[in-house]
Ligand binder design. Structure first.
Ligand code: K1U
Ligand code: ZN
Length: 177
């Protein structure tokens, strides 16, 4: 397995729409395993193939405390969404250090394929629902700050740039963060 570099905002690849997976082979399984390793190491609770520069429709998610409930969704589609919305604070491994509240449907039902190409369905609520919607957005070239007002989005992007500058300065001084 291998750790993959995570594409950072505003890299234009994050704004591209990913293509459907057609081949369910060992290369796909290897990418899923590498994405899972990368997600656990970050650490994060989800990762879309887009975030590792692979523009295909696959995401990995594990919201368990023990990090032993890996879910791999290939060609996922939201079949239905609840009318009620919830506001949750979200983060993103492509925008490290930026956290903002986003309103989304509280429940979603998804259809997807597993790594063997079998058709599956899953009802999602709470953190899984938020995470699924966040990761599926990545496959459509949407990052969570795209859901904010223009002003809040600009502030979030400015905060990210400031954090990066601080990190670069600290690295120059030989500090670790
Ligand atoms: O898409 C990503 O970059 C992953 C993202 C998923 C996500 C988190 C929270 C709300 C919506 C989507 C992350 O995992 S950010 C890191 C994070 O939230 C986290 C890290 C360690 C433990 C628990 C959460
Ligand atoms: Zn993200």
């Amino acid at each position: 397995m291998a750790l993959l570099p995570i594409v950072q905002y505003p890299d234009p690849r994050l704004a591209q729409k990913a293509l459907p997976v057609e081949q369910f082979d060992e290369n796909l399984a290897k990418l899923a395993a590498d994405m899972a390793e990368t997600m656990y190491a970050a650490p994060g609770v989800g990762l879309a193939a887009t975030q590792v520069g692979e523009l295909i429709r696959m995401v990995v998610i594990d919201i368990s405390e023990e990090k032993n409930d890996l879910k791999v969704f290939v060609n996922p589609v939201i079949e239905s969404s609840s009318n009620d919305l919830v506001e949750c604070e979200e983060g993103c491994l492509s925008l490290p250090g930026v956290y903002e509240k986003v309103k989304r449907p509280s429940h979603v039902k998804i259809k997807y394929q597993n790594l063997q190409g079998e058709n599956c369905e899953l009802e999602c609520d709470e953190l899984l629902s938020v995470c699924v919607q966040h990761e599926l957005d990545h496959l459509d070239g949407i990052v969570f700050i795209d859901h904010l007002s223009m002003l809040k989005k600009q502030r979030a992007a400015a905060k990210l740039a400031k954090l990066r500058k601080e990190k670069a300065r600290a690295a120059k001084r030989g500090e670790t963060q």
